[in-house]
Ligand binder design. Structure first.
Ligand SMILES: O=C(O)CCC(=O)C(=O)O
Length: 250
């Protein structure tokens, strides 16, 4: 099978020591600017919303205030280097261009192969680490990889499942959204298309600026998700899906 390797040009090694304490967004440049914030990780729990259906288990919350989310968006605009060439995916052996900018960051040497495209992780940037650690603090889950999609309203992501073999099946996928608010749709695998064997209502969400959507096991086994086109949405959006990869893909 023909392979398309995404060769992403990574920025210089900007990795710094992971902050061990909660920092304000303006303090994420480096640990030397950190202030002591004597906060208990769970002293101010965020209000989770449970989203469930047959085989679907998600949690949704506003992780960042508007002010924090605005700031993080601006930091990512400066730090993240996106693929410059059009990315390609293979669906049932046919090759398609991906209509959006993408980037992959994570622990050294990690490769994540999806839709037939192996992607090497660039080193975590300070802001990506900060967001990753913020997610870990409120969920208790750790992540070693993030896929970043940069989209406007003309961009979409077709129905797919995040079910690649190198993903830890027991780890949730944590989706952080910054920027434009977008609709997000789940569709059960048995209720897709005209020939579908069952009638199961799709689950439609609206992902807000600063939000976190946790897709827990077994959601990605039974449900496809997509980001539909919304041509009236003119503002950009950055979506970060934090993942746990078990081993490098081959
Ligand atoms: O942009 C989004 O909200 C969805 C991203 C997504 O589907 C993915 O990374 O698998």
């Amino acid at each position: 099978m023909e392979k398309f390797v995404r060769k992403q040009s990574c920025p210089d090694d900007t990795e710094t020591t992971t902050p061990s304490k909660k920092l304000k967004p303006e303090e994420i440049e480096g640990k030397e600017e950190a202030v002591d914030a004597e906060e208990d990780d769970f002293s101010d729990p965020i209000p989770w919303q449970k989203i469930e259906s047959e085989g679907l288990d998600c949690d949704y919350a506003l992780l960042f205030t508007k002010h924090e989310a605005d700031h993080l968006f601006q930091k990512l605009e400066k730090e993240v280097v996106y693929s410059t060439e059009e990315a390609k995916v293979q669906v049932f052996g046919k090759v398609y261009g991906i209509p959006r900018k993408q980037a992959t960051y994570g622990d050294t040497g990690l490769i994540y192969t999806y839709s037939g495209v192996p992607r090497l992780a660039c080193q975590w940037t300070p802001t990506l680490k900060y967001i990753r650690d913020s997610v870990t603090k409120v969920t208790g889950h750790t992540f070693n990889f993030v896929l970043i999609n940069y989209e406007d309203g003309h961009d979409h992501i077709g129905e797919h499942r995040d079910d690649e073999r190198e993903l830890d099946p027991l780890s949730p996928i944590a989706s952080v959204s910054l920027g434009a608010v977008r609709d997000f749709v789940f569709r059960h695998r048995d209720a897709r298309g005209k020939q579908s064997s069952r009638r199961i209502e799709p689950v439609k969400l609206v992902l807000a600026h600063g939000s976190l959507l946790l897709m827990n096991s077994p959601t990605n086994t039974f449900w496809y998700h997509s980001l539909p086109v919304r041509k009236k949405v003119l503002l950009p959006r950055i979506n970060l899906t934090f993942r746990r990869i078990m081993s490098t893909g081959k």
